[in-house]
Design a protein around this ligand. Structure first.
Ligand SMILES: [Zn+2]
Length: 469
């Protein structure tokens, strides 16, 4: 079976051919660990997880790298802002190292709750300063860099193919867009190494051949991906917002250093968009976190279902209503499986090889640029098919779950979710009334009381619902 992937380089679906038969290297741009990951960030790690698990079902051995950006990511895309880590440290009176450790831990915990498998390698930028310096020295020796008063920059006019993937026209960029120039010569040039400002004591800084300072954001991804996957590797993933700057610069500095193609397939996930109604229930400013979903009584995997029910290259409009629908659907699949009365298989069956089998169809849908909405639809059709033997349904669901990872055989919530005692219902009704009378203090008090009893109230536009926490 062929795997087809939409490659941003060509803007088409292409048949996947690995560099080394049977093996695949994948690099995914990881989080900048100055704060919590919101659900939009988290969505961009779900599709590489599906990719990795689909590749495995197709018989490949996969090596997956996700980096941790713990230095050098500035608040502006133009090399003039403040380092996000140093800013977070200044604002919270904690050390940047502390903050990085905490948000790396929280990121990994979020991935685990979403059944996203941890990467095989998770390099931190601060652990790879020597590799980044070595890469910059190579670029310097080949004449791609210049020095200004505040750093070492990559001269994009020396790299002929600059901006090809993003379809940037350097001429147009020079004329049109407003770019903070700082000390650089051309609008698209970018910092490889920044000097520590003379008047500020940075927490994270290192000596280099050019002076004390810290690496730019882009160089870490080239240095670390090449270290763990080789100078030329198969697949690189990230959010679509990375196309015009971050990934464009990764390609330039990597290919300028080696003279060879850097990555064969670039896969980009589209954004998650928040509707107006979704401003409620946010614990961190303008962000919705996985914790906010859990506080509303949702299982993290309901968010995974929502993400999978939308193709990764399409915008995902997040709403509480959509999440609730996803939660109901997930419960529906689990109920259909529970009703077979059969236990979950100990391990998923091997991938089916006959084109007529439903398992083959489902895998073919995943192999068609990770079409998870179609795979879910197939799963529904099969589980509802009255003519299909229960054992076949269970086998297919186990095969599907090896990739979708929705805990389809988990029946723990099926009964518990239904039973809410009448006294809790009464408290929830009283809270709804207090809210209607704009007595928010009383409404909050009742919400706490309900929560202490082990239940959660979810508000909708025209009513509420109580579920077990
Ligand atoms: Zn990156």
């Amino acid at each position: 079976m062929d795997l087809q992937l939409f490659n941003t380089l060509s803007r088409r679906k292409e048949r996947f051919v690995p560099l080394r038969p049977g093996h695949v290297g994948i690099y995914t741009c990881g989080p900048t660990v100055y704060g919590p990951a919101h659900i939009g960030n988290l969505r961009s790690y779900i599709f590489p997880d599906i990719l990795k698990k689909t590749l495995r079902r197709l018989g490949y051995q996969v090596r997956h790298v996700i980096n941790i950006t713990d230095v050098g990511h500035l608040t502006s895309n133009e090399d003039t802002g403040e380092d996000k880590m140093e800013r977070a440290a200044r604002q919270s009176a904690r050390s940047a190292w502390d903050i990085a450790a905490e948000f790396t831990r929280r990121y990994l915990a979020d991935l685990a709750r979403l059944n996203v498998e941890p990467p095989d390698v998770m390099p931190r930028a601060t652990d790879h300063i020597a590799e980044q310096i070595a890469h910059i020295r190579t670029l310097e020796a080949k004449g791609f860099t210049y020095r200004t008063e505040d750093g070492i920059y990559f001269d994009t006019t020396h790299f002929e193919r600059y901006g090809r993937m993003a379809r940037l026209h350097a001429g147009g960029l020079q004329e049109g867009s407003r770019v903070e120039m700082g000390t650089k010569r051309h609008k698209t040039d970018f910092a490889l190494w920044k000097f520590s400002p003379p008047d500020v004591k940075r927490q994270m800084e290192w000596d280099s051949p050019w002076g004390r300072g810290f690496p730019g954001w882009h160089i870490e991804c080239s240095a670390m991906s090449m270290k763990y996957l080789g100078d030329e590797f198969d697949i690189h993933t990230g959010g679509s917002d990375h196309i015009p700057v971050h990934h464009t610069n990764e390609i330039a500095q990597s290919e300028a250093a080696t003279g060879r193609p850097f990555v064969h397939y670039w896969l980009h996930g589209e954004h998650l968009v928040l509707g107006e109604d979704e401003r409620m229930g946010k614990s961190e400013g303008n962000l919705v976190l996985l914790d906010d979903l859990v506080a509303q009584g949702y299982e993290p995997l309901s968010f995974r279902y929502l993400a999978l029910n939308n193709h990764y290259r399409k915008y995902l409009q997040f709403s509480w209503q959509a999440l609730k629908a996803a939660d109901t659907a997930l419960m529906g699949l689990r109920r259909l499986l529970a009703e077979t009365g059969l236990p979950a298989p100990e391990s998923p069956p091997p991938a089916e090889r006959e084109a007529s089998a439903p398992g083959w169809r489902l895998l073919a849908e995943l192999a068609d640029d990770l079409n998870t909405p179609k795979a879910l639809a197939t799963l529904w059709t099969v589980l509802r098919d009255g003519a299909m033997p229960a054992a076949d349904k269970v086998a297919l669901a186990a095969a599907a779950d090896a990739v979708l990872s929705l805990n389809l055989f988990d029946a723990s919530r099926l009964d518990a979710a239904r039973e809410v005692p009448p006294e809790i219902q009464a408290l929830a009704q009283a809270r709804w009334n207090a809210r209607g009378a704009r007595d928010f203090a009383e409404a909050d008090r009742l919400r706490d009381e309900i929560r202490k009893a082990g239940y959660v109230v979810r508000d909708g536009k025209d009513g509420f619902e109580v579920v077990k926490a």
